[in-house]
Design a protein around this ligand. Structure first.
Ligand code: FAD
Length: 464
């Protein structure tokens, strides 16, 4: 058995290479729009703004290198989920949430379209999303989830029994699944690099190795100098806590992944998965997986959920216990992989707001904007956020009026901050301990009801 490479940002970089560094900010500068953070949010925003107004002077400031964060480490699920939709339905009405969901469905198609237009080969395969249930409680949740998605306008979603599920992917013990066509598998880093190249070709300036220490109205302050701009956009997701005055804005939640060695054809003929759907489940501590273009399985889930004081990981290194836990999940789903090499393991941070709702905001009085809090659903959502930030800036600068996007219910949503430590740490660890207990209970209790522990944890955490 070969040993696992743990860290090195992610398997995706091991596969596609760390890019050549771009120059840091050379000194004080001015711009029309300054974007802080070179992940999907920052780069998509630069892309759409520059396309809309080619003469705009746009500068992206990135602390490490573009794609250093979740955008270079994720599971490659380009799909139509958005954190907070159900809460937005409660706050703004069902129809508003249906419009948000429709915008997300369109966003999946938009990313695929732009990738083709910009010649970005990101191993995109439009196989949809398959989510499976393993026990009666999960099956009840799956059916409820399926019905809810249809009620939010997804008429093309399909519900499968055990046999139809196995026809797609032979997941051990799967008793049913729900499938949506609004999803695609992709290689996160290939998308990121292609996007960065496209943005630079449009004339956007990107400075790397340039950490912003503080954002103030019209100012992004770095150790190399200050960029002055009428609009400064914070696109720092799980790293937001490291900025001055943002410590309790979004909680950096860890997610970890493993990748197997490429699997031989005889294993694939046992597993199926010829449709290359992205694959998830209905556990409270859920897993997410994809069949990569080079025939590995890349699978993720929650390890240690949160580090004390909102600290983030060291270049993607994850705990040995988390690697073991993810291997156990993998072999529970596919027992034939018991002896398979896990070649890579890594982790990253996602941003979690106190009410678990993604937001996009432009404060018209200060010119400060931000987008994020996507929880675990950002590969597509970042694109919708970026187009919305474009429209908000165009509206604010008098170049256009309100649009369908600026009227979506997640725009300018406000939420309170997280609790100070140690309550933040205690709360998150208690939440995930409760989810793991609930999953174990549902596995052995053979009940069709969701464990009360999970329901209570959802309520206390503000998640539902
Ligand atoms: C392991 C993992 C798996 C995931 N899987 C999926 C998935 O399959 N599907 C899905 O939809 N979502 C998934 N997500 C979530 C998704 O990847 C993110 O929501 C999305 O990439 C967020 O993009 P972003 O640009 O907002 O943030 P990031 O990609 O985190 O980018 C933020 C950037 O800002 C930079 N930065 C931070 N602080 C500063 C500063 N002070 N100054 C300058 N720059 C700074 C960082 O270096 C980073 O490059 C996953 C996340 C993780 C961690």
């Amino acid at each position: 058995m070969t040993s696992t490479i743990n860290g090195g940002i992610s398997f995706w970089y091991a596969d596609d290479g760390i890019p050549a560094p771009r120059e840091p900010l050379p000194g004080d500068a001015t711009a029309d729009v300054c974007i802080v953070g070179g992940g999907y949010t920052g780069l998509w925003t630069a892309y759409y703004l520059k396309k809309a107004v080619p003469f705009l002077n746009i500068t992206v400031l990135e602390a490490k290198f573009c794609g250093y964060g979740a955008s270079g480490r994720n599971g490659g699920w380009l799909y139509n989920g958005i954190a907070g939709r159900d809460r937005y339905a409660r706050l703004h009405g069902h129809d508003a949430a249906v419009r948000l969901q429709q915008a997300m469905n369109d966003t999946v198609a938009e990313v695929v379209r732009i990738a083709a237009e910009e010649n970005i080969d990101a191993d995109i395969h439009q196989g949809g999303v398959l989510e499976v249930a393993h026990n009666p409680a999960q099956l009840t949740r799956l059916k409820n989830f399926h019905a809810a998605e249809i009620a939010f306008g997804e008429k093309d979603r399909e519900l499968y029994g055990a046999r139809e599920t196995a026809d797609r992917v032979r997941v051990a013990g799967a008793v049913g699944s729900t499938w949506t066509p609004h999803g695609a598998r992709l290689h996160p880093v290939k998308l990121l690099k292609g996007l960065a190249t496209a943005v630079e070709a449009l004339g956007v300036t990107i400075h790397e190795s340039t950490p912003v220490t503080e954002i103030k109205p019209k100012h992004a302050i770095t150790p190399y100098g200050t960029v002055r701009a009428p609009y400064v956009l914070r696109c720092t997701e799980g790293f937001t806590a490291s900025l001055a005055h943002q410590r309790r804005t979004w909680l950096p939640m860890n997610s970890s992944m493993i990748a197997t060695a490429p699997l031989p054809d005889d294993v694939w003929s046992q597993i199926g998965w010829s449709g290359r759907e992205t694959l998830g489940d209905m556990a409270h501590a859920y897993m997410y997986a994809q069949r990569t273009a080079d025939n590995r399985i890349a699978l993720g889930g929650r390890g240690i959920p949160y580090r004390y004081g909102s600290r983030t990981d060291n270049d993607g290194t994850t705990q040995a216990a988390t690697v073991d836990a993810l291997r156990t999940v993998l072999t529970r789903l596919f027992p034939q992989l018991a002896g398979t090499d896990i070649t890579h393991a890594w982790s990253g941070v996602l941003g979690v707001p106190r009410d678990w709702c993604a937001t996009v905001t432009l404060d018209r009085s200060t010119g400060l904007g931000w987008a994020g809090g996507y929880v675990g659903s950002g590969v597509a959502t970042t694109n919708l956020a970026a187009r919305t930030l474009r429209d908000l800036i165009q509206q604010d600068s008098g170049q256009s009026g309100p649009t369908d996007l600026t009227a979506l219910p997640w725009v300018n949503h406000k939420v309170r901050k997280w609790e100070p430590e140690p309550f933040r740490w205690l709360g998150v660890h208690t939440l995930y301990a409760a989810y793991r207990t609930a999953d174990r209970h549902e596995l052995t209790a053979h009940t069709t009801r969701t464990s009360r522990i999970a329901t209570l944890a959802d309520r206390i955490s503000g998640r539902h």
